[in-house]
Design a protein around this ligand. Sequence first.
Ligand SMILES: *[C@@H]1O[C@H](CO)[C@@H](O)[C@H](O)[C@H]1NC(C)=O
Ligand SMILES: *[C@@H]1O[C@H](CO)[C@@H](O)[C@H](O)[C@H]1NC(C)=O
Ligand SMILES: *[C@@H]1O[C@H](CO)[C@@H](O)[C@H](O)[C@H]1NC(C)=O
Length: 370
Amino acid sequence: MDSFSSAFLFLFYSCFLLTSAGYSVVQASPLHHHHHQRREEHEAYDHGFRRRPTKLFVFGDSYADTGNIRKSLGNSWKDPYGTTFPGKPAGRFSDGRILTDYLAKFLGVKSPLAYAWMKLGGKKLRNGLNFAYGGSGVFNTLGDLLPNVTTQIDFFEKLINDALYTKRDLQSSVVLVCLAGNDYAAYVLKDGSIEGLQRFIPQVINQLTLDLKRIKALGATKVAVTSLEPLGCLPRMTQMSGFQQCNITQNLAVGYHNFLLQQAVDKLNNETRTSTFFILDLYTSFTSVLEQKGDSQGILKFETPLKPCCMGISTGYWCGSLDDKGAKMYTVCSDPKSAFFWDASHPTEAGWHAVYTNLKSSLEQNLKLY
Ligand SMILES: *[C@@H]1O[C@H](CO)[C@@H](O)[C@H](O)[C@H]1NC(C)=O
Ligand SMILES: *[C@@H]1O[C@H](CO)[C@@H](O)[C@H](O)[C@H]1NC(C)=O
Ligand SMILES: *[C@@H]1O[C@H](CO)[C@@H](O)[C@H](O)[C@H]1NC(C)=O
């Protein structure tokens, strides 16, 4: 944990340097001509997406996984996960619905089937597929037990080569790429150095950029990429402060990742002269729900938003843990609807609902559905 601490402290400083350098570059070259061009292309796109998207394809990790992770690897297949929806553990890292489900709802499609259950698919494959595996990153995070994003795209590419999906299907699809920080968790576990982390964050962004390019090359025309949520606000980070406050230092470091990500996405759109990629800003939406202790409309309320609903009774135990005799070694709050976080890292269904409410205007703006 110590090298982790100093690494983030280091980033806290370099982040400021890079951010201010980045801004001054932008201000120095307004690129009027370019902006004008982009607007025209955007309008052209608006006419291009005439019908509602019919499919959703998903890549990433536990913030998006709806049942891919193997039962032996994911506590998402154990009680009390899934109690709100679908009523039993079914692979979602929450008590109920997660980001994938809310995005599907927004698009008016059924939440896509998890790729691992494809054989049961039939007509359900019409809604797209979900290739996200809890715990994954752009790089390998747990040996090669979990498919990284490259491998997830390989799965997809194979289905396209087998003509299960066509390029035309992709033109009427939305793609979600959702990564919540497993590359960094794995890096810290491997005892990476400070100097290394300074190089590692850009490496993550570079690999993610390659992945995004591949997804576009397969034919995708609308790709939502999540920014990193405020890692310093996750219960696993705030536990030491009794779930009282977010770790600002860590959140500023997350800002460095998100800054590079925004730059990469802008560059990709510019290079391809499209508005294919847009950021789904988990950082801002999480932060505003946590600060407002609820959603923007005041319908959902989280009195102690940093405290998770489900947690292990002591260190070494977590939500879903059992002892040798099968006794529960965790506690669950009486009303998951009143908690933003479900476990040490993941929002509840109500939490995702509130985040989704905040993301809606960005989705409307970027997806222009008629
Ligand atoms: C916040 O995180 C940093 C870096 O991990 C650590 O050095 C610091 O002790 C943390 N602060 C609190 C209040 O937990
Ligand atoms: C993704 O996983 C595969 C299989 O383990 C591995 O060969 C490949 O190098 C990984 N890709 C990246 C970018 O780490
Ligand atoms: C956008 O792309 C053009 C050439 O395709 C390049 O000259 C320009 O610098 C790029 N702008 C940004 C902001 O990346």
